[in-house]
Design a protein around this ligand. Structure first.
Ligand SMILES: *Cc1c(COP(=O)(O)O)cnc(C)c1O
Length: 227
């Protein structure tokens, strides 16, 4: 399996190769290292290998790690998990980004609870395949929520995030990923600050990059499988 530093290097190489094969500009895709359920010592290893972008799924676990790693003050912390309204304050006060905004109420609470000194970067989570089991707004509701968020002074709308259905073949997978990219490109014409399409995980990152992702969220390929 190799060390975390070695696996991180391999993931970065895979991204560079996929970006090149897709004829996209160098450095157009960022790697978010997803450390849910993994110990702080794993984050430190990735940090020492030069990595700075980390993603967490659970509010309390994420906040505990952020507080333990206060001295590493150039880490950018991304919240990527489901968010209940009674947990928004902890997220607003500790994270730099939230990828999983799926309703107006959550955005309003984050805006109210965020300090005006430093805006919170947010993405709207889209349920691109309309799955009953998944969070996210249906594609046809993205524009309205984007307009509402763009009026909130303490939030910066950075883009869209999705967890697509795992399809039987690459063709079908590509349809969902391309539909997300079309939504993203359309939204960028209205909001010039939008630069993030958070899409692709360990098992589909190459396809996601081919379809326009600008940030892949990689956990198990770097830190090993989770229980
Ligand atoms: C766990 C998780 C990931 C990382 O998944 P891997 O398959 O381990 O790469 C990415 N995004 C979200 C929203 C997750 O919950």
């Amino acid at each position: 399996m190799g060390t975390i530093a070695e696996r991180l290097k391999i993931a970065l190489k895979t991204i560079t190769k996929s970006v090149c094969e897709a004829n996209r500009p160098a450095n157009s895709v960022k790697l978010l290292a997803v450390t849910k359920t993994k110990p702080v010592s794993d984050i430190v290893q990735a940090y020492e290998a030069g990595h700075r972008l980390f993603g967490e799924n659970y509010v309390q676990e994420g906040v505990d790690k952020i507080q333990q790693l206060r001295e590493f003050d150039d880490i950018q912390w991304h919240f990527i998990g489901p968010l209940q309204s009674n947990k928004t304050r902890l997220v607003a006060e500790n994270f730099d980004w939230v990828h999983s905004i799926d309703r107006l109420k959550i955005a309003q609470r984050l805006n109210d609870q965020r300090s005006a000194h430093k805006k919170l970067n947010v993405c709207i989570q889209v349920n691109i395949d309309n799955e009953a089991s998944k969070a996210g707004v249906p594609p046809e509701e993205v524009n309205l929520l984007a307009e509402q968020i763009s009026n909130m002074p303490n939030l910066t709308l950075r883009g869209l995030m999705t967890i697509p259905r795992v399809q039987q073949n690459a063709e079908m997978q590509r349809d969902s990923l391309s539909a997300m990219n079309a939504l993203f490109v359309q939204l960028q014409t209205k909001y010039p600050q939008i630069d993030t399409l958070s899409m692709g995980m360990s098992n589909d990152m190459q396809l996601a990059i081919e379809c326009g992702s600008t940030m892949v969220r990689i956990g198990s390929a770097i830190f090993g499988s989770r229980q």
